[in-house]
Design a protein around this ligand. Structure first.
Ligand code: ACO
Length: 367
């Protein structure tokens, strides 16, 4: 029997910090209001030249380094994002090219803040079925590019960042144990970015109407989130055959400390068993769960053998939870340096582009 283990992890956040005090100079708000109502103190914001793919690449290289895998060992890349570089091509393909994952299939997955759970589950299923050996799963967002910085009800919440996991096949029991995925499209309009899609293609009018900004009914999303977090956690644990008492860490989507506290109350679990870092990063959507996981692993809270539950909710509406036994790198003799592939990946990418131009000349463009 094949199991899907989480063997590498990495994160990347922009250096620029936007504090609540900074925001209070932009909109009518205060540090006190934001901290009281959300728990957020500051968030990271991308600068010029940083994009969803560039954050994803950084996180991915760290995850590969941790797993001790070459980019060429990866069979599948799933990039979960609601803020892709383009509608197409997929951001996952840009990552594939940039890191030199020459053998990987690559696609984006859009399930908003629940996306990372969906993506890890998809990768784990592919590994357990025997179809693939190694997968790279990324959650990456640049929400700051879609936030209306004049709307105090949304701009205080979001931040940018990326996290990535490497999943590997092994016959050693453990790894991803179960997952549940849910959706309710009837609530789609409670959290929506209307412009730029096929219903409202970008025009001068859509821009003037602000359709390219995130719109949210915060109270509605809040009510929905508090309802589903505990419920999804229980479902996935039941599926995995694990008792709540045997779980060391719940790693929730980092949207609002009051939503996490409601989940803790619903599960009758102390807040100390929830990994929380939203005070420093805000809501980074699908990146929030992997970033929180990476930090918990880095500071030694998360240890091999620990049982964890990832649980999240988001636009769609979507929600889900995933139970796993934390593994860490699989034993191996070799030592790899995935970053060294980047130079080769650039040359390879350049040569492939040149080849395409030459082919066009030989075969006649447009004939
Ligand atoms: N600063 C000061 N006052 C504010 C601010 C602000 N930034 N924002 C709203 N207010 C005011 C409102 O205008 C309102 O004033 P009024 O009473 O005079 O009308 C008052 O504060 C209370 O507003 P509420 O919206 O009721 O505040 P609430 O306590 O519900 O908090 C919040 C709002 C933080 C948005 C909360 O509803 C929430 O966190 N919802 C969930 C949002 C979420 O998680 N979204 C992401 C989902 S994941 C994804 O897919 C990206």
């Amino acid at each position: 029997m094949t199991f899907a283990h989480i063997t590498g992890w990495g994160m990347s956040v922009p250096e620029t910090i936007l504090t609540n005090d900074d925001l209070s100079k932009m909109v009518e708000t205060s540090d006190e209001w934001i901290r009281d109502r959300t728990g957020i103190r500051e968030r990271r914001i991308v600068g010029d030249g940083q994009t969803t793919a560039s954050l994803a690449v950084e996180a991915s290289l760290k995850a590969l380094q941790g797993a001790n895998l070459h980019p060429t060992d990866i069979d599948l890349i799933i990039c979960s994002t609601s803020t892709p570089e383009h509608i197409f091509p997929a951001t996952a393909c840009l990552v594939q090219d940039s890191i030199g994952a020459t053998k990987a299939g690559a696609f984006d997955l859009l399930a908003a803040c629940s996306g990372f759970i969906y993506a890890v589950n998809m990768a784990a299923q592919s590994i357990r079925s025997g179809a693939i050996q190694n997968a790279l799963v990324i959650g990456s967002e640049t929400l700051s590019r879609f936030v209306n910085w004049k709307d105090r009800s949304t701009c205080i919440l979001f931040g940018d960042g990326a996290g990535a996991f490497v999943l590997q096949a092994s016959d050693m029991p453990g790894g991803v144990l179960s997952a549940v995925m849910h959706s309710d499209g009837s609530g789609g309009d409670t959290l929506i970015l209307q412009g730029g899609g096929s219903k409202h293609p970008a025009t001068e009018a859509t821009v003037l109407e602000g359709k390219h900004y995130i719109e949210m009914d915060g109270n509605e999303v809040f009510r929905f989130a508090t309802r589903v977090m505990a419920q999804a956690t229980r479902e996935t644990l039941e599926m995995a055959g694990i008792e709540l008492d045997d779980v060391q860490w719940i790693i929730p989507h980092q949207a609002n400390i009051r939503i996490i506290a409601a989940a803790a109350r619903g599960l009758k679990m102390p807040m100390e068993r929830f990994v929380v870092n939203l005070d420093r990063y805000g809501n980074t959507s699908t990146a929030s769960i992997p970033i929180a996981t990476v930090e918990a692993a880095a500071d030694g809270r998360l240890k091999p053998g620990d049982r964890i539950v990832l649980v999240g909710f988001g636009a769609g509406l979507t929600w889900g939870a995933l139970a796993a036994e934390w593994t860490g790198p699989l034993p191996t003799e070799r030592k790899v340096y995935p970053r060294r592939y980047r130079a080769w990946a650039r040359i390879r990418s350049f040569l492939l582009r040149i080849t395409r131009v030459i082919e066009g000349l030989i075969w006649g463009r447009g004939s």
